[in-house]
Design a protein around this ligand. Structure first.
Ligand SMILES: NC(=O)c1ccc[n+]([C@@H]2O[C@H](COP(=O)([O-])OP(=O)(O)OC[C@H]3O[C@@H](n4cnc5c(N)ncnc54)[C@H](OP(=O)(O)O)[C@@H]3O)[C@@H](O)[C@H]2O)c1
Length: 245
């Protein structure tokens, strides 16, 4: 069988069989854990508190207990998760970002760091994009973690829909980053979620568009009493894997 591993500045990156979620005790982390475990991936949920991570992992396992082929779901401290997993989702609120990046600084080199953080504000008129400074959150993460492959994705995927495990998702997942192999890996992770399609969209400088889009989706949700996601029309099917041999 030919290897589909792509080469990156970080070294070979193949399809992962496991993933870590930093801040994995929250709504997004739990939802992603459910869906990836359903796809047979092992998921390691991180928290600032070991006990909270273990408790959340137990709840995820409990929800999936009657399903076949479930990946292993475990909990640990954010540091233990970052030390052991090659691909890590940053699923913390923006207020916690600087702290977690500082805490994990020595562990992030060589990791694919998936930033799903939405800088949002809310006022009487509803949600709005509330950037900190002039760059996207994901670009700030890349500056704070220079040895990591930072990829921005999953901003527009609803944790509520992820948690509704009885029905497939119906979402495109735009993926942006400056490391092609890291982006391929994240698109693959999106494709592992039933009903999601990873869509490569270009360099990390486009992350600002993804981070701003969520305010629009929440605005639509409020108008339409819905939980919308995004779908891109007229996108040709992705090319298949290279032939064996
Ligand atoms: N919810 C969604 O539908 C959704 C969808 C797409 C993207 N996002 C983005 O994904 C991120 C997580 O969203 P969420 O709704 O899951 O958030 P959340 O539930 O509010 O928080 C997630 C976890 O982050 C940890 N955390 C909270 N404050 C922290 C701090 N100051 N420092 C370090 N860790 C802290 C907590 O874990 P411990 O206390 O266990 O450490 C918490 O369980 C956000 O940036 C959001 O914009 C959310």
């Amino acid at each position: 069988m030919a290897s589909h591993a792509a080469m990156t500045g970080l070294g070979p990156v193949g399809a992962p069989s496991s993933i870590g979620v930093l801040g994995g005790t929250g709504a997004l982390g739990r939802g992603l854990a459910l869906r990836w475990a359903m796809a047979g991936l092992d998921v390691r949920l991180g928290s600032r508190e070991q006990a909270r991570a273990e408790e959340t992992a137990g709840q995820v396992r409990h929800r999936l207990q009657d399903r076949p082929g479930i990946g292993e779901v475990t909990g640990a401290t954010n540091r233990a998760v970052a030390a052991s997993e090659q691909a890590l989702v940053l699923a913390v609120p923006i207020a916690g970002l600087d702290g977690i990046l500082a805490d994990l600084e020595d562990l992030l080199a060589g990791r694919v760091l998936i930033c799903a953080v939405n800088p949002l504000g809310f006022d009487d008129a509803g949600p709005f994009h509330a950037p900190v400074g002039t760059r996207s959150v994901a670009e700030s993460v890349a500056e704070a973690a220079p040895g990591a492959s930072v990829v921005a994705a999953f901003h527009t995927v609803s944790s509520r829909e992820l948690a509704a495990v009885g029905r497939p998702m119906d979402d495109d997942v735009p993926v942006v980053g400056d490391d092609p192999a890291g982006c391929e890996l994240v698109a693959h992770l999106a494709n592992r979620i039933e009903g999601c399609r990873g869509v490569l969209a270009g360099p990390l400088r486009l992350a600002v568009g993804l981070e701003a889009l969520t305010a629009v989706l929440i605005g639509i949700n409020r108008q339409a009493s819905a939980h919308v996601g995004v779908r891109f029309s007229r996108l040709p099917p992705a090319p298949g894997p290279p032939p064996d041999g």
